[in-house]
Design a protein around this ligand. Structure first.
Ligand code: ATP
Ligand code: MG
Length: 433
């Protein structure tokens, strides 16, 4: 196939047959976020490369291997966002949100770009929903952000998904931990991959997140960060657990979670599904107390999460979750002849302004072809308008599912359609009960 007919590897089209499912999920995301006080923020798809180097971290897989970076025509180094936190924090500092009332609570939905090996649940363009809570250090903030994710997953019909939490401590307690890791991994330098050997000195924690099977095997037996927490971090983590329990949110502590981005501190968490294969993390997040100041803003403790929407859709599909059906056309008007077409045009305009989904022929097709089309698009009702109907002012409204017809007055189509739709709804309710 020629390139002009082929999407870029690792990208996905969301087709009209499925876009209503995305709309439903995205609506729930914004609604749930709003229950917790989070307002939507929209930031650019690209930023100065430096924004991601500073935040995500230059020893991470994302920065070392996955970024789409290019020079624009002005010679600036630009990167397509691999995640949204960095851009959101850049905006919060630049636009002064961090100098206003704290905490700043924002959420986002948007595309992310990573040059990865495409496979199930791993794309080069994917979408994330996420929240950022800027300026909240207390452990109940962590529990609140986790609760938001949990409530969202429940509300869109995810039946089963496990929450795993960990604490990776602050910069202070991490010094001891880094020492222990260096000591441990130094005994395995001959087996570690090249990238991890480089990481050993600068950022040994990154080795714990390496996807190479040999590195993962070695990392599995490495010292765990929970054993190295300072008193403050330990107490913070205990309190987070307490606030989760107070809301009946189930979790397990997984001391091996470190997350793939450098900015995390203290609490980290993931929602993991057993129903979507190897790429099982649907949502990942945590605290990033040092990030805002690291990016040139004030010292304010913050936290957030990112949720992969494609992986989430995969969970819903694989768990057989019930998603809403695509909205159907209420009425298809079948005009025969020029006079009828004018009347149909007038009626469509009226009905659409009243909020009905109405279509009519825009292809100059015959009655048979029009009925076939109306059936294909799942129109609830059809009405044929010909010279006879225009003259007498009477027509027949057909219920497409039942095959029944009723006589109606053309000029009262608005009320007649409303009544017919109400009857249909009552009938389907009666059938359910
Ligand atoms: P993974 O370990 O699977 O590579 P990650 O740690 O790189 O994930 P984050 O950067 O924390 O992921 O992103 C948050 C979420 O975004 C992930 O939990 C996942 O649901 C989704 N995600 C990340 N990378 C991809 C991708 N390439 N394709 C689809 N979804 C992705
Ligand atoms: Mg990754």
């Amino acid at each position: 196939m020629a390139e002009i007919n082929r999407a870029i590897k690792g990208t996905n089209d969301i087709l009209p047959s499925e876009s209503h499912e995305w709309q439903f999920v995205e609506q729930k995301m914004l609604e749930t976020a709003s229950l917790y006080g989070f307002k939507e923020i929209r930031v650019p798809v690209f930023e100065h490369t430096e924004v991601f180097l500073r935040s995500v971290g230059d020893t991470t897989d994302v920065v070392q291997k996955e970024m789409y970076t290019f020079d624009d025509k002005g010679g600036r180094s630009i990167t397509l966002r691999p995640e949204l936190t960095a851009g959101v924090i850049r905006s919060a500092i630049e636009k002064g949100l961090v100098n206003g009332a704290l905490p700043v609570k924002v959420c986002y939905i948007g595309g992310c770009y990573r040059y990865e090996k495409p496979q199930a649940g791993r794309l080069r363009e994917f979408h994330q929903f996420g929240v950022e809570c800027i300026g909240a250090a207390e452990p109940n903030a962590d529990a609140e952000v986790i609760a938001l994710a949990r409530q969202l997953l429940d509300s869109i019909g995810v039946k089963k998904i496990a929450l795993e939490i960990n604490s990776i401590g602050c910069l202070e307690c991490r010094k001891e931990y880094h020492k222990a890791l260096k000591e441990y991994f130094s005994q395995n330098t001959d087996k570690l991959c090249g990238t991890c050997n480089e990481r050993l000195d600068r950022n040994p924690m990154r080795i714990l997140d390496c996807k190479s099977p040999i590195c993962s095997e070695i990392a599995a037996k490495a010292p765990v960060v929970l054993d190295y927490l300072c008193d403050d971090c330990r107490e913070h983590f205990e309190k987070v657990k307490g606030y989760l329990k107070a809301q009946n949110i189930e979790f397990t502590v997984n001391p091996h979670i470190v997350r793939g981005l450098d900015y995390y501190t203290r609490t980290v968490f993931e929602f993991v599904s057993g129903d979507i294969g190897a790429q099982s993390t649907v949502c990942g997040g945590g605290r990033y107390d040092g990030l805002v100041s690291q990016m040139g803003g004030p010292t304010v403790a913050s936290l957030g999460f990112g949720m992969g929407i494609e992986r989430l859709m995969l969970v819903l599909k694989n768990q057989g979750a019930e998603l809403p059906e695509a909205p159907k056309t209420d009425l298809y008007i079948v005009p025969m002849g020029e006079k009828a077409l004018l009347k149909a045009t007038e009626l469509c305009a009226l009905l659409r302004r009243e909020g009905y989904k109405v279509q009519t022929d825009i292809c100059a097709r015959g009655i048979k072809a029009q009925m076939k089309y109306a059936d294909k698009i799942g129109a609830k009702f059809t009405v044929v308008l010909g010279d006879n109907e225009i003259e007498t002012g009477k027509a027949r409204l057909k219920d497409m599912a039942e095959g029944t017809e009723r006589e109606i007055k053309v000029d009262e189509l608005l009320d007649e359609l409303g009544e017919a739709i109400r009857e249909q709804i009552f009938k389907s309710i009666a059938e359910i009960m």
